[in-house]
Design a protein around this ligand. Structure first.
Ligand code: WTA
Length: 572
């Protein structure tokens, strides 16, 4: 469904003229917004929290937190003290030092944010883990990063194979009645008594900040390392894309286990000194609308699957809430259907601004801006200071309207610094001429708008979460009944894609619905609920290359009733 372009809307925006700014902007200008412009020494937590706590923003609310049981708010001054306390606990009871990997594995709560920022104050590298991860996923990440400390809850403790991780020295538990022993430490007990002052560790711009594990089409999840310098991008995009202004109340719906939940759930909003709402618990349309209403949310950053689920909950529901505070709505993570944009116009009276980026880019890259026309279905235009292009497989730029690799010129501030322990993987992202290749295909129209076409590899985006088929296949073949497994993303009207597994059973196993369910549970318990296949289809044999690799391309063609293409590498 093609929609007419949506004209820009008159207003007072941080970015007044996209074209003019894009033509002249230099990242050096952004540096002037930071204290390290003078000192040369940086610390993300200082810039995001302490700097405001020492300014006239000190009594401004930094964090509004709400879940089924809690409803709290903290000013920047309070956040400074609470994150200092957390830093003191981690330092004195966990021996955390600069560069150590500190993992955080727990549901959203204010303590998660205190602990994360506290770890940053010490100069540690933070590794956030989504709470749904099960033992296998947790183990892979802690092992690869050689994490020294993990902060978690008693409920999640059983998913951490503590005794099999030699580098893991301390487990901080946030909960009631914690029994302390050699490894386990009661976080809240020490937090209660900790000192409110702390001197932050001053770092270099290329010192580590955060390690996000993400999936590719092959191999285990990889640790994408971002450095302190990324704050330039977080800050400037929060200004120009999120358009955060002094009186805004901002809500990013993403969990900090994913990059959106840190870059734009923590760093962007607080670097700009914005009041931020964080909601714990699960998605529910009622709770979401109520959040916007009760906190007078003005800027809202969410994802296509969530918008589609809200759309599914019906227009009548929207009318029961007062959403008039909203002024700017944004989306990320998957293609944003023009249909959803049309619905957003109807029920919220606002354009939904699509933004494109990925874990590796650390920050927004191609975006729609409040002061620019939106072409529904297009991700928008490159952020000022970011050079994007469509290139062929040799790294040559393609002209307008030709589909190819969506690439970015190396050197934007939030670009990943490396893949943890895997320099080779890191190198593999680049083509000649310093093009970083995203793995997405797209084209650019004659006016410079980018249009997403799909993933080039087999990475699955389900409900906006990135899942590697290899990880799921590896877990599937661990099940005693499974001989072979091939996993694909199957298009789904609500979730973007769902995970579908094709399975060949071992001799002696009968196909049945019970077995499907048992296999699904096996992935759910071993990896994560969101990685478990929603659909399973048994086949006698799976298509493989002569070297034994499952041909997912053929599985996908079967599923979609498409031609299977070149089968010359397939075994008989
Ligand atoms: C996809 C999430 C279409 C894309 C921040 C990318 C999108 C992958 C969009 C990265 C968008 C992200 N339109 N597709 N606006 N934004 N994607 O690392 O395939 O979890 O490569 O980062 O999500 O997913 P990741």
């Amino acid at each position: 469904m093609k929609l007419e372009a949506l004209p820009s809307i008159k207003g007072k925006y941080n970015l007044e003229s996209y074209e003019e700014t894009a033509a002249s902007f230099d990242w050096k200008e952004a540096e002037k917004n930071f204290s390290w412009h003078e000192t040369g020494k940086v610390n993300m937590a200082y810039e995001a929290i302490d700097r405001h706590a020492e300014s006239d923003k000190k009594n401004k609310v930094a964090l509004y937190y709400r879940d089924a049981e809690r409803n709290e708010k903290y000013t920047f001054k309070e956040m400074k003290e609470l994150t200092n306390k957390a830093a003191n606990v981690l330092k004195s009871h966990g021996d955390v030092e600069k560069g150590d990997r500190v993992f955080i594995f727990m549901p959203r709560s204010p303590e998660l944010y205190f602990a994360l920022l506290g770890a940053l104050k010490i100069g540690a590298i933070v590794g956030p883990l989504f709470e749904a991860f099960m033992e296998g996923a947790v183990r892979d990440r802690l092992e690869d990063s050689e994490a020294k400390v993990i902060i978690t809850t008693p409920d999640l403790l059983e998913r951490i194979p503590v005794n099999e991780l030699p580098h893991l020295k301390h487990v901080f538990l946030i909960g009631k009645n914690i029994e302390e022993n050699g490894k386990n430490i009661d976080f809240l007990k020490h937090f209660e008594m900790a000192d409110r002052s702390f001197s932050v560790e001053w770092l270099e711009r290329d010192d580590g900040l955060i390690l996000h594990y993400t999936s590719g089409s092959t191999g285990k999840p990889k640790g994408v390392l971002h450095v302190q310098n990324a704050m330039l991008q977080h800050y400037q995009t929060a200004k120009w894309v999120l358009d955060l202004q002094d009186n805004d109340v901002y809500w990013c719906t993403a969990d900090p286990g994913w990059v959106t939940g840190t870059s734009y759930g923590i760093f962007g909003p607080w670097l700009t000194g914005t009041s931020s709402v964080i909601v714990g618990g699960r998605f529910s349309p009622e709770a979401w609308y109520k959040t916007i209403q009760d906190y007078n949310v003005t800027v809202w950053y969410s994802a296509p699957t969530a918008f589609r689920m809200l759309m599914g909950a019906g227009d009548e529901l929207v009318k029961q809430y007062d959403l008039s505070s909203l002024r700017h709505v944004l989306s990320v993570g998957e293609p944003l259907n023009p249909e959803v944009i049309r619905w957003g116009m109807k029920v919220f009276g606002h354009r939904i601004h699509d933004t494109w980026w990925m874990t590796e880019t650390g920050g927004q890259m191609i975006c729609n801006y409040p002061s620019l026309e939106i072409r529904p279905g297009s991700m928008g235009k490159p952020f000022p200071g970011v050079e994007a292009a469509i290139v062929d497989d040799q790294g040559n730029e393609l002209p307008a309207n030709r589909m190819g690799n969506l690439a970015l010129k190396k050197g934007w501030p939030s670009m990943m610094q490396t893949i943890w322990n895997n320099e080779q993987k890191y190198e593999s992202y680049f083509m000649p001429n310093d093009w970083y290749v995203s793995g997405d295909s797209a084209y650019k129209d004659e006016d410079g708008y980018y249009w997403f076409q799909g993933r080039i590899d087999d990475v699955i985006m389900t409900s906006g979460e990135r899942v590697g088929p290899f990880e799921v296949e590896s877990k599937l073949v661990e099940h005693p009944a499974v001989a072979e497994a091939g996993v694909i993303g199957k298009p789904d009207p609500v979730r973007g894609e769902i995970i579908k597994a094709f399975i060949a059973l071992r001799e002696g196993y009968e196909q049945s619905d019970e077995l499907k369910e048992a296999i699904r549970q096996h992935v759910k318990k071993g990896l994560a609920a969101h990685a478990a296949p929603r659909e399973i289809e048994f086949r006698d044999k799976l298509p493989k290359t002569r070297s034994g690799k499952i041909m997912r391309r053929v599985l996908k063609a079967w599923e979609l009733d498409l031609p299977t293409g070149d089968l010359s590498t397939m075994e008989d």
